[in-house]
Write a protein that binds this ligand. Structure first.
Ligand SMILES: Nc1ncnc2c1ncn2[C@@H]1O[C@H](COP(=O)(O)OP(=O)(O)O)[C@@H](O)[C@H]1O
Ligand SMILES: [Mg+2]
Length: 603
């Protein structure tokens, strides 16, 4: 799990290419070879024209036959090189792309809870795709087109120089002026493109927002309003698109005109030199052919460079966001956690979420193995935080947490989380079948074991009623199930996992009381012989606990059995006295009474 990925673009690219050195070298070589094809063609045509011009009688000279053979050979080799390039591309491109996606995905899953709270899931997924798509593009453009253009340029420059240095200088001057001008002017184009991209992003954001809220749109019958709201954003994209395209039109006109001027100058010199008999007819054709060819090649190459630049920018941005260092990492010498008793100790732990108040403040607590502990307190008092720290989803600011005497900081995260079965308050499900969702607790479980766990979690009843039963898909995050049904699936998962430590974070809060008491009955045997921590709001659950920890504003303020705590007349007693219908209050009594007072006059 301690694998890292380079965050800088070039080392990142090399990380994936270094396993394919043979591919990289062959690819580059073939690209260079294909580049020289076009100017070589022009050179051969020049010689053929010159030879044919000299031949008086109509007979085939050996020279012309050889030239024709070379000409065809050049064609054949070019064809072969191109097809080999394409073959290598088909062969390796998907492999490398998949490797990029899979390794980045794996790395991102090593990020902390905080990372996923700070970054939207959709954004993360699209950034992984951005990296893969653009990297593929960069590698392709660099290795194929840009290398090819380079070799074509070199051959063209040399042949021009060999005919007459003035052609070389004209081409060089034009090349320099063209490149500098294009790069400078394209800055504004990039700016306009970004403008356009931003306006398109707003449209797609609005589409997602509106469709996510489809329910609201229907309830308030705001279909027409939504359409006009979207059309405003669409108008902006139209405007930015037009601005961008008109600018590129002007830029291309300028570039095309400069090309015409360069070719005009070449033509002028060619005619002049031909009149003075300093160049042959073949040279004439060669220079003119090369000038047009190279001119367009550079023009096109410029666009490629800009496209690559853009892709580089996108990649860098995504890499920076996704490949931030893992905040919680296994140590080099991390050992697997060995659980025998399941004793959990908080020793001098202090913890605070970013910039917020500190929790626990050095309080030391030990939960003995096999003990059943209930956590109670108002909402926001730190109960879930206490559990998050045991699971090492967050790291204490100071102090340590031990399980059976082993500091969890020194154990592998996988073994730690493998030893704990956790049922969260609002479990989410994968958009996979119910069978797969339950089996997530133990991947090796058989269908029978999955069904047995579902029966014990009282999920079997409703699953059996679904038309597709255990094969039913439950929608993204499980939206097609009710909160209580999702909780029952989560309980079945935990039953399958059969870990030595069991944690329930208000695991039955969304169930009706009949189902809840049924599930409680199946949970008690599950807890037997295990350490269990239960965040509960139902008094009947607390009565079963060996011990209760009372939380208030991030501190454990009381600790003892139900009877002892009741006798203490502290916060637990207050909570107990304020119970409503068998539940502990969620907010302070004062808050509740204020609310009640506000409601009373109207009722
Ligand atoms: N990821 C987080 N980042 C910042 N603050 C958080 C985060 N999670 C919880 N908190 C804050 O910490 C406090 C305790 O939360 P929590 O432990 O979830 O309470 P409980 O489970 O007792 O209701 C709350 O004030 C909550 O707003
Ligand atoms: Mg909570």
């Amino acid at each position: 799990m301690s694998r890292t990925l380079p965050k800088q673009l070039l080392p990142f690219i090399w990380h994936f290419l270094k396993g394919y050195k043979f591919f990289v070298v062959t690819f580059a070589f073939l690209a260079l070879l294909t580049g020289s094809w076009a100017p070589l063609n022009s050179i051969l045509i020049k010689y053929m024209i010159d030879v044919l011009g000299k031949v008086q009688q109509s007979h085939m000279s050996a020279q012309i036959i050889w030239l024709a053979v070379f000409f065809l050979l050049n064609f054949g080799i070019h064809n072969l090189c191109w097809r080999s390039l394409e073959y290598l591309n088909y062969r390796f491109q998907p492999v490398i792309k998949n490797q990029i996606i899979s390794e980045t995905f794996d790395y991102v899953h090593g990020q902390t809870q905080q990372f996923f709270q700070d970054n939207l899931a959709g954004r993360i997924a699209s950034q992984i795709n951005t990296i893969a798509d653009n990297l593929e593009r960069i590698i392709h453009e660099l290795s194929q087109h840009i290398l090819r253009t380079l070799s074509q340029l070199v051959v063209a420059f040399i042949s021009m120089y060999s005919v007459h240095p003035s052609f070389f200088y004209i081409l060089l001057t034009w090349f320099l002026v063209f490149t500098v001008l294009s790069l400078r002017l394209s800055k504004r184009f990039i700016h306009l493109s970004e403008h356009h991209a931003a306006s398109e992003a707003i449209v797609s954001g609005q589409l997602v927002d509106s469709i996510t809220n489809a329910n609201n749109v229907r309830i308030f019958s705001r279909k027409a309003y939504e359409k006009s709201y979207l059309e405003k954003a669409l108008l902006v994209t139209e405007k930015t698109f037009r601005e961008k395209e008109i600018y590129i039109l002007k830029l291309s006109f300028l570039q095309g005109s400069s090309l015409a001027i360069m070719i005009g100058m070449m033509l002028f010199f060619l005619i002049d030199l031909r009149i003075k008999q300093k160049v042959s007819i073949g040279d004439f054709a060669l220079i003119l052919g090369l000038a047009v060819q190279v001119g367009y090649m550079i023009w096109w190459g410029m666009e490629q460079v800009q496209a690559v630049n853009k892709a580089i920018g996108k990649c860098k941005q995504s890499l920076m966001r996704l490949l931030t260092p893992w905040e919680i990492k296994d140590r080099e010498d991390a050992r697997p956690l060995q659980v025998e008793k399941g004793e959990i100790t908080f020793s001098g732990v202090r913890f605070g979420y970013r910039d917020s108040q500190l929790f626990f403040q050095n309080k030391s607590v030990t939960i003995a193995g096999d003990q059943k502990v209930g956590l109670v307190g108002y909402s926001g008092s730190g109960k879930s935080t206490f559990i998050n720290l045991i699971l090492r989803l967050y790291e204490p600011t100071s102090g340590s947490i031990f399980i059976d005497g082993q500091n969890i900081r020194e154990c592998t995260q996988e073994s730690l989380r493998g030893a704990i079965a956790m049922i969260p308050q609002d479990p989410s499900l994968f958009h996979r079948s119910l069978m797969e969702n339950i089996r997530y607790g133990r991947i090796s479980a058989t269908d029978e074991e999955v069904i047995d766990a579902a029966k014990r979690a009282h999920a079997h009843e409703f699953i059996a009623q679904l038309p597709e039963g255990y094969n039913a898909l439950v929608g993204e995050r499980g939206v097609k199930l009710s909160g209580g049904q999702r909780q029952r699936i989560a309980i079945a998962r935990a039953i399958l996992k059969a870990a030595p430590i069991l944690i329930l974070d208000e695991a039955t809060s969304q169930l009706d009381s009949v189902t809840e008491s049924l599930i409680q009955e199946s949970l008690w045997p599950l807890m037997r012989g295990k350490t269990a921590i239960v965040i509960a709001h139902r008094l009947s659950t607390l009565l079963h606990m060996d011990r209760i920890l009372v939380f208030d504003q991030g501190k454990i303020v009381e600790d003892g059995s139900h009877e002892v705590l009741l006798a203490q007349k502290g916060l637990y007693r207050t909570l107990w006295d304020a119970q409503i219908g068998g539940f502990l209050p969620d907010r302070r009594v004062e808050d509740c009474s204020v609310k009640r007072k506000k409601i009373e006059p109207g009722t």
